[in-house]
Design a protein around this ligand. Structure first.
Ligand code: 13P
Length: 258
């Protein structure tokens, strides 16, 4: 049984004091829901403060990015070793990093390997652009992103995948539950080909892209979708908490039925 996971990617939002305010509002409500894993991804500079405020709760912490070297003359970068001290998870290969910071499959691969090496749990993001989607190339693109990101990774037990179609991110134009479920099912079959049926069965694969309080139920009802990577809606405590609550109710019901 895969434990559902709801991740809040705050992106480049919140000052340190705003981050403290947001997590203080969320903590008591999120902490009551124990059958969904909840992971917050504040900006780097707020990791320590948010980490303090969730200490002793069931809420977990992750970084939005990392560099693949452990230390050295890389001005402005943050290493996996530094993060492993502060948090448990790291987002890798987000489409915004691929698009604005020229992250290639090779760089994403190095980052995945570097994270796993220090025991950070990567959320690897993959997803097609609008033109690729319209040309019917979704499966080809996500298969290639999986292949390049996971080259040489021989034991991805702690890896989580987020399927985030680029055209759905921040646009208010989410995929349908059915579309996302189909692509995530395809991703799971690819993981089985690359590794084993057992690894594919146990791997958590999330959907991301304009997830809101209104459409969260539709995604969580899908059997292949194990949770969500939430952007905009994770910046409002009540909305993020509601998405986690809906996930708990729906996944709880589905597991009782099965
Ligand atoms: P939105 O939920 O704002 O569309 O962002 C999704 C995302 O990119 C999460 O990583």
């Amino acid at each position: 049984m895969r434990v559902p996971l709801i991740a809040g990617n705050w992106k480049m939002n919140t000052t340190v004091s705003e981050a403290i305010e947001l997590v203080s509002e969320m903590r008591p409500l999120l902490d009551q829901i124990d059958d969904v894993e909840k992971v917050l991804y504040p900006p780097f500079i707020s990791l320590a403060a948010v980490g303090e405020l969730i200490r002793g709760s069931s809420i977990k912490l992750g970084a939005q990015n990392l560099y693949f070297e452990e230390k050295g003359a890389y001005t402005g970068e943050i290493s996996p070793l530094m993060l492993a001290d502060l948090c448990e998870f790291a987002i890798i290969g987000h489409s915004e990093r691929r698009q604005y910071f020229n992250e290639t499959g090779e760089i994403v691969n190095k980052k995945v390997q570097a994270a796993l090496k220090v025991g950070l749990k990567p959320i690897l993001c993959i997803g097609e652009r609008l033109d690729e989607n319209e040309a019917g190339r979704t499966e080809e693109i996500v298969a290639e992103q999986l292949r390049s990101s996971l080259a040489g990774v021989d034991y991805p037990r702690s890896l989580i995948i987020a399927y985030e179609p680029v055209w759905a991110i921040g646009t208010g134009k989410a995929a349908t539950g059915k579309q996302a479920n189909e692509t995530i099912g395809f991703i799971r079959r690819k993981i089985a080909e690359l590794y084993s049926d057992e690894i594919a069965r146990d791997m958590r694969i999330l959907y991301g892209g304009s997830v809101t309080v209104t459409n969260a139920t539709e995604f969580m009802q899908q059997p292949e979708i194990d949770g969500a990577l939430v952007g905009g809606a994770s910046l409002k405590a009540s909305e993020f908490v509601s998405i986690v609550q809906q996930t708990s109710q729906i996944k709880g019901r589905l597991s009782e039925e099965s």
